[in-house]
Ligand binder design. Structure first.
Ligand code: 13P
Length: 256
């Protein structure tokens, strides 16, 4: 199975900076048959970058999308409008859920809207620190995975990528709040099990599940070798070319 290295730039870089960074990145990586390198720049940069990008090396993702196609939704951008510009779209990132109140209903509809518009959704799931403390991790994962996928047919499921991002492990430099490979292995196994129960064993084995949360060049190798993990969703380290390239090269080594 392919591995995915996805850089979520969040609200960083101007359009000009995004273009320069992408150019630099592109010059430093190769076209890999078994690794899909994806970057998710901010919305304003997507269209110009889509004209610049070498699709053999890199693909673009949006960071969210509105599930309605068109209409009176001031400030929003829909999956229908992103069609042809991006190949992927991050849906349900914890920052979208928490800071911008994206509901389960919104996320479920956004997953369906991206698929309808030939865009592969990267559905983010993960428990908060409080939920973890109260032993609710598996309940949260079950609700978010099954909720997010509830409008997806078994045939469409192979186009979906799931990203497990424990909220407590995002953007941390403290070793104590880094997710351990055991934590991640257990969560990813559980995610595959609920998909197996809902959609069958076959698809639960072939669906890509990524890990995200404070990934850096030093821990990427350990995270990439966790059974059941097919790639990484990288925040902070994806903004530094040396680090992101390092992570991609680690993925290449792990593959070979
Ligand atoms: P960090 O890698 O900065 O922890 O961000 C993770 C993330 O939220 C990626 O979507």
């Amino acid at each position: 199975m392919k591995s995915y290295i996805v850089g979520n730039w969040k609200m960083n870089f101007t359009v000009g900076e995004s273009s320069v960074y992408l150019h630099k990145l592109s010059a430093r990586i190769h076209a890999y048959r078994d690794i899909e390198v994806v970057v998710a720049p901010s919305l304003v940069a997507l269209q110009p970058l889509s004209l610049q990008i070498d699709r053999k090396k890199l693909r673009l993702a949006a960071q969210t999308a509105n599930p309605r196609d068109f209409g009176a939704y001031t400030g929003e951008v829909s999956a229908a409008q992103l069609r042809g510009i991006v190949d992927y779209c991050i849906i349900g990132h914890s920052e979208r859920r928490q800071l911008f109140h994206e509901s389960d209903k919104f996320i479920r509809a956004a997953v369906a809207a991206t698929l309808r518009n030939q865009i592969k959704p990267i559905l983010c799931v993960g428990e908060t620190e409080t939920e973890r403390t109260f032993g609710e991790t598996f309940d949260v994962l079950r609700d978010q995975v099954l909720g997010g996928l509830s409008e997806v047919s078994a045939e469409e499921l192979e186009k979906v990528i799931i990203a497990y991002e424990p909220v407590w492990a995002i953007s941390t430099t403290s070793g104590a709040s880094m997710a351990s490979p055991d934590d991640i292995a257990e969560a990813v196994k559980f995610i595959r099990r609920i998909i197996a129960d809902a959609y069958g064993k076959e698809i639960s084995k072939s669906i890509a599940v990524l890990y995200g949360g404070s990934v850096n060049p030093d821990n990427a190798g350990a995270y990439l070798t966790i059974p059941g993990v097919n790639g990484l969703l990288v925040g902070g380290a994806s903004l530094i070319a040396d680090q992101f390239v390092d992570i991609i090269e680690t993925a290449k080594k792990v593959k070979s």
